[in-house]
Design a protein around this ligand. Structure first.
Ligand code: SAM
Ligand code: SF4
Length: 467
């Protein structure tokens, strides 16, 4: 008998990619196999994102495209999962009544049950408010064998006024350190060489945990050190730390742990203190730059990426110039730039001073042009250097594509399987990738030289947390 097929489309951040691996794992365990064709699928799953408005539009556009297929094949099941499912719940079926299952972020473990019930009882909705089983505990099917996303915490206790995450993912819930380590050991035994630890605010990991019989909770620095001891692993990444909660022990743990890659995603959001205050981001521009300096002093070859929002309500030309100024001073290797998008239910959506779209576009274009120029300069500095590249897949112009420890994309000629480590000489630079040639001696695997000063920065100034 032909096995049933599923088509899974993922939108949004790494947390959704992580959850999609679980959706694929659950469906595979139930006898499904993946397909790329909606017409061929018994189940189509959209794992959605709610961070920006266009994510909503894309979902309803995609659901519209599926409607004729569903009419032609009423046995096809359509599932909407993820943050938009959590946010919109029953509204999704009002706007697209041909959807069979709406499953929120906390209800993922019940996906198969909901699908089976949809067969006999009709449309199902589960947007419960609390996570009972960490999605990480579910079976996972990964697209690549060498890398895994590892969730260390779900939800967020901050209240950034632009952000919908606390509404759709709930308060922070850290995973017990033993569970995280058990998963990482298991992954390493199965040949995973690179992991990315995931949380909305990784450096508050553990604050909500209690360890029976212990006076001290495990914190993010402890977790980094413990994961660094796992045999077989070669690279550890994490995303994202919040600049407000960054502490010297995390820098120390990064500097001491040879598997922790020389890359940090350090979201700025705005370079204006006035806007940061309105965003309820409780660090200020000078403190942010100060931290960056300390991180770079402790880990000299570290690459830095960031997130920046343009056009937050009330952002003046002067505020925007402040952002450009921080971008010039910080010299990010990469920036994810966003135009502010009002999200229903967030404080910023109700604020006065929502900006004109053309004005925002103009600022956005200026920011992107500045950042592209800086990124290219940073990339050019890599030309002539050697790097360890972990191959991820096919390159655009033939050949292979991989990443350095600094998270820089490198294109290399020749056929190289995903998961292969190569020693590469950097010969060309572009704003978003480098060109590399195999270093003399061919495919390698040697650890890139690490030049780390063991600096323990002074205690940070503690601003009063704004919660
Ligand atoms: N926890 C991360 C942090 O604190 O930086 C952010 C996670 S969020 C999934 C990823 C990025 O989306 C944010 O850093 C922000 O730049 C962007 N973002 C979130 N809400 C937004 C909004 N309403 N409009 C535009 N960009 C937004
Ligand atoms: Fe959203 Fe702020 Fe939490 Fe990041 S820290 S997920 S931006 S509320």
């Amino acid at each position: 008998m032909r096995q049933p097929r599923y088509l899974l489309r993922t939108f949004g951040c790494q947390m959704n990619e992580h959850d999609s691996e679980r959706i694929a794992g659950l469906l595979t365990a139930d006898g499904y196999v993946a397909t790329r064709e909606a017409a061929d699928a018994s189940v189509v799953v959209f794992n959605t994102c709610a961070i920006r408005e266009n994510a909503d539009n894309r979902l309803y556009g995609n659901l519209g495209h599926l409607r004729p297929l569903k009419q032609a094949n009423p046995r096809m099941r359509i599932v909407v999962a993820g943050c938009l499912a959590q946010k919109d719940g029953g509204t999704i079926r009002e706007r697209a009544p041909w959807v069979d299952v709406v499953v929120g972020t906390h209800a993922l473990p019940g996906l198969l049950d909901l699908l089976h019930r949809a067969e006999t009882e009709g449309p199902q909705l589960d947007v419960r408010e609390q996570t009972e089983i960490f999605p990480s505990a579910l079976p996972a099917l990964r697209e690549v064998a060498h890398h895994a996303w590892v969730s260390i915490a779900v939800g967020c206790d901050n209240a950034c006024t632009f952000c919908i995450v606390p509404l759709v993912r709930g308060p922070q819930l850290s995973r017990p350190i033993g569970d995280v380590l058990a998963e990482v050991h298991g992954l390493a035994r199965r040949g995973v060489v690179e992991i990315t630890l995931l949380g909305q605010n990784v450096n508050t990991y553990g604050r909500d945990l209690t360890v029976p019989g212990s006076a001290r909770r495990p914190l993010f620095a402890d977790l980094l050190r413990a994961v660094n001891r796992v045999e077989g692993l070669r690279r550890i990444r994490f995303t994202s730390p919040h600049p407000h909660d960054f502490t010297p022990d995390v820098i120390d743990a990064m500097a001491e742990s040879d598997k922790v890659c020389e890359h940090i995603h350090f979201p700025l959001q705005s370079g204006s203190d006035r806007v940061l205050r309105a965003m309820r981001r409780s660090y200020r521009r000078e403190r942010y730059l100060d931290w960056l300096e300390r991180i770079r002093a402790a880990i000299p070859d570290i690459a830095v990426s960031t997130d920046i929002i343009v056009g937050f309500p009330g952002e003046t030309q002067e505020d925007f110039e402040d952002t450009l100024d921080v971008v010039r001073r910080a010299r990010f290797d990469q920036a994810y730039t966003f135009q502010y998008s009002p999200r229903p239910g967030t404080r910023a959506a109700e604020m006065d001073g929502q900006l004109d779209k053309h004005e925002v576009q103009e600022r956005f274009d200026r920011l992107v042009a500045l950042q592209e120029a800086i990124a290219l300069e940073q990339m050019r500095e890599q030309v002539g250097s050697s790097a360890e590249v972990l191959i991820e897949g096919l390159g655009r112009k033939g050949g292979a594509r991989g990443r350095t420890r600094g998270n820089r994309v490198v294109h290399v000629g020749g056929e190289h399987a995903p998961g292969t480590f190569l020693d590469v000489r950097i010969v060309g630079a572009h704003p978003h990738h480098l060109d590399g040639e195999l270093a003399a001696g061919g495919p390698g695997g040697s650890r890139s030289e690490r030049k780390r000063a063991s600096v323990s920065p002074p205690e940070p100034r503690e601003p009063a947390p704004i919660r």
